[in-house]
Design a binder for this molecule. Structure first.
Ligand SMILES: Cc1ncc(COP(=O)(O)O)c(C=O)c1O
Length: 372
């Protein structure tokens, strides 16, 4: 039975891809023969060792989770601070997760050009800086004495040695189907110390630690063996996956340079599941988006105009947010997927070239010929 809906777009915004079924099958078979389907089974344990090697940390610093939203809830929930400073310019999962973990939040502004919050410290407060759209998390910028949970949900493609991760820090990565190393749902968290990792694992397992006594407020957020099977298979294919993402990024960069688009990600060898471009003003951004959509190319304002404007967060304290207000209407996400090649990027390229040649209207002339 084919239950997938046909996309109306010639180029959809993303195309989720899991590891090929035949590469997952041996892992799934091992799950069936072990008879352990969840509760920290052998695949989950081995996966912690694999990620420990990737991040150059001890396996006791690594924890796995059902998804990054729950991982952020748990990582902030088991930490000392109960008040957290977060950017408003992020995916809704960031503020949702902290509230889910029992913390209160305050929105602060991001820095122009980097779209993340500036390192600072405040008595009895923790911080959740977000590495936006697959960018490198700024770990070294933050004080070692400050509790920081880095939301690096989309940044698994950035090679990061976390051996020097400060004790009070943790870094959360998502393994969602649309992300790098996409495995369906899942998350990996690296902690600066093994006690926090252990507390986090307790949090993901009803607050149990060696007995059926709930020791802390908790959830069920474990990574199942089925999920772990997909992550193992994704890691086995990591080298090929990386090459595909790099190829897609290269093609996107060609379009950026020919058509004068300003990308968020300037680093050429950085793997990200997003393609974000920025415009000098909102009108130009809207015109560009209309042009793309009318050519069958899907776009998305991934984080809206910032969480502070969303109903769910209207009561949240906030500082002045001028940069968020400004970039919130000037950025747009273009299609990006590791399976995209000349066909998809060619359609985007052609849409821009065609409009540039044909355009008679002053608005588009100004917007797309002169300013872009
Ligand atoms: C910045 C950010 N944080 C958290 C998440 C949540 O990740 P997950 O889907 O694994 O819960 C996402 C997902 O897109 C994200 O972009």
């Amino acid at each position: 039975m084919n239950t997938s809906q046909p996309t109306p777009w010639r180029v959809p915004i993303q195309k989720p891809r899991l590891p090929p079924l035949e590469t997952v099958e041996p892992y799934l078979k091992s799950v069936y023969s072990s008879g352990q389907f969840t509760n920290f089974g052998p695949l989950e344990r081995n996966l912690r060792f694999r990620f420990a090697e990737i991040f150059n940390v001890g396996a006791d610093q690594v924890a796995l989770c059902a998804n990054a939203t729950l991982a952020l809830a748990g990582a902030t929930g088991v930490a000392e601070p109960k008040s957290w400073i977060v950017p408003s310019f992020t995916f809704v999962a960031t503020p949702h997760s902290i509230q889910l973990g029992g913390g209160t939040i305050e929105f602060v502004d991001v820095i122009e050009g980097r779209w993340t919050i500036a390192p600072s410290s405040r008595h009895e407060h923790g911080f959740v800086p977000v590495a936006p759209f697959g960018m490198r998390p700024d770990i070294a910028g933050w004080n070692e004495q400050t509790t920081v949970v880095h939301d690096a949900a989309a940044s698994l493609g950035v090679e990061t040695d976390l051996s020097g991760l400060p004790e009070l820090h943790a870094v959360v990565y998502s393994l969602h189907a649309t992300k790098v190393l996409g495995s369906g749902e899942g998350a990996v968290v690296i902690f600066g110390n093994s006690n926090s990792a252990q507390n986090f694992r307790t949090w993901t397992n009803f607050g149990f630690l060696g007995s059926r006594e709930a020791r802390i407020p908790a959830a069920n957020a474990k990574m199942s063996e089925i999920q772990a099977a997909y992550v193992h298979a994704a890691l086995d294919g990591w080298k090929e996956e990386k090459a595909e993402w790099l190829n897609a990024r290269y093609l996107a960069q060609e379009i950026e340079s020919v058509h004068g688009l300003k990308p968020l990600l300037e680093e050429s060898n950085l793997i990200s599941p997003y393609w974000i471009v920025e415009f000098p003003d909102s009108l130009l951004c809207e015109n560009f988006e209309n042009l793309m959509n009318s050519s069958g190319i899907e776009t998305r304002r991934w984080w809206g105009k910032g969480c502070h404007r969303m109903e769910a967060f209207l009561g949240v304290n906030q500082g002045a947010l001028p940069v968020t207000e400004s970039i919130g209407v000037r950025y747009v996400g273009l299609p990006m997927a590791r399976s995209f090649g000349h066909e998809q990027f060619g359609l985007i390229y052609d849409a821009l070239s065609k409009r540039k040649c044909e355009c008679q209207e002053t608005l588009f002339k100004t917007c797309l010929r002169e300013k872009l």
